[in-house]
Design a protein around this ligand. Structure first.
Ligand code: ADP
Ligand code: CA
Length: 403
């Protein structure tokens, strides 16, 4: 039986889908995580307690474990475990991307540098520190611009500023966020790129990008905060635009030096074509991958595990006509007391599931500070426009009691 090590933080939304994938494939799964509770659900010998920020120590532990019971592949499930997955794989001679490539794609500033160096489209950008003299900096900038921390995800701390005053306020706000975290206080400031947004899920094999799915994001994302809502696939963009998106991602992956494994990319598209916002060597975040299904009824996680275990390349395509997900927006800050209308939302034709991921009684924190998803609505239908309207209709059935 093949053995795969899944590296995921205890806070991962991705845990159950990856574990399910391992079980469906008949693969033995070892979980490496940074917290006891998530590990306790597994039997002895199938868990590994790791500190993701102590790379060398964690690599040693993984190598020791592999010496007792050999591993056939390692998957860094979330952003914060990608580097460890790369380093441990290298040590064990397992397939992997280079650490350098993973680190460049994970860091928003380094990504911009790579794109610029390669001649790919990129907005003007500037690396600053949240402790810099923001008032003075604001005098030199063009507006609108976007401020963002270098390695956070899910749009945390990403703020648009239309003028010097908004810039200074945004900078102070992000500084406060970062000061209470383990993240550095550096920020990237870059030109605001107008346009529609898409997300691409793909698999790299020998450096070649196979697109598994291209999502439209039909709700405009114009800021000042960038809360994600709707993802609908297949894309309704013209074929040549979709082609250009794929090309841009392929070139960016090559420029970064990524050559295998999953890719999640986000781009904005305007009259000048697609502009890369993000390209991660990972799968889509949250529970969003549940909106996808591929040839052979495989999930995205199954495709990733199959590939890392050395399955010969295959042509996977979508196994449903159209599908999508809504990341349920957080309506306001406060304690979540009740959610009304869940059954009604589930009954909307096409809706396959509604999952709430913040327990009642807990506090909702909206963006830019918030780090958790309120929940997800999933839909399958004949056409993309039906998916979009069913998701909107389901969302309208829901009411949130927040104190
Ligand atoms: P994260 O990794 O936290 O998701 P991103 O860099 O992907 O951060 O930014 C989150 C969202 O903010 C993007 O999906 C996009 O909607 C918006 N955004 C980020 N940078 C820009 C930009 N330069 N111009 C316009 N919108 C942007
Ligand atoms: Ca993003």
């Amino acid at each position: 039986m093949a053995r795969v090590l899944l590296l995921m933080p205890s806070t991962s939304y991705r845990a159950s889908d990856f574990l399910k994938a391992g079980a469906r494939l008949g693969v033995e799964v070892v979980v490496g995580s940074n917290h006891r509770p998530i590990l306790e659900q597994f039997s002895e010998g199938r868990t590994l307690m790791l500190h993701f920020d102590r790379l060398d120590e964690s690599v040693t532990k993984i190598v020791e474990q592999a010496a007792r019971r050999p591993l056939d592949g390692i998957v860094g499930v979330d952003e914060e475990t990608l580097l460890l997955a790369a380093r441990a794989s290298a040590k064990l001679g397992l397939p992997h991307n280079s650490e350098h490539a993973v680190a460049d794609s994970h860091n928003k500033h380094r990504l911009r540098q790579v794109l610029e160096r390669t001649g790919l489209k990129t907005p003007w950008y500037k690396l600053i520190d949240a402790h810099d003299d923001l008032e003075r900096l604001a005098e030199e900038l063009d507006f609108p611009c976007v401020l963002k921390p270098l390695t956070l995800s899910a749009s945390r701390g990403v703020i648009r500023a239309d003028n010097p005053n908004a810039f200074t306020n945004a900078g102070h706000r992000i500084r406060k966020m970062l000061e209470n975290s383990r993240f550095p206080t550096q920020l990237l400031v870059e030109q605001f790129i107008p346009g529609n947004e898409v997300a691409l899920e793909g698999l790299l094999a020998n450096g070649q990008l196979k697109v598994l799915s291209l999502f439209d994001k039909p709700d405009p994302l114009n800021g000042p905060f960038f809360e994600e809502t709707l993802y609908v696939t297949p894309s309704r963009l013209a074929d040549r635009t979709q082609h250009a998106v794929r090309e841009e991602c392929q070139l960016a992956a090559r420029a970064l030096g990524l050559h295998s494994g999953p890719v999640h990319a986000e781009l904005r598209i305007n009259n000048n074509g697609p502009w890369l916002i993000e390209l991660g060597a990972r799968t889509i975040g949250g529970l969003c991958s549940r909106s996808l299904c591929f040839t052979g009824q495989h999930t995205l996680e199954e495709l990733v595990i199959r590939q890392v275990l050395g399955e010969p390349e295959q042509d996977y395509g979508p196994a449903v006509d159209a599908s999508g997900v809504m990341m349920i927006p957080i309506p306001t800050a406060g304690r979540l007391r009740a959610i009304v209308g869940l059954d009604k939302a589930r009954q909307v034709p096409g809706i396959t599931d509604v999952v709430v991921t913040i327990p009642l009684g807990e506090t909702l924190v909206p963006l830019p500070e918030g780090a958790r998803y309120l929940g997800f609505i999933f839909c399958k239908a004949k056409r993309a426009q039906d998916v979009e309207s069913a998701l909107r209709q389901a969302h309208r059935q829901l009411a949130f009691v927040i104190e």
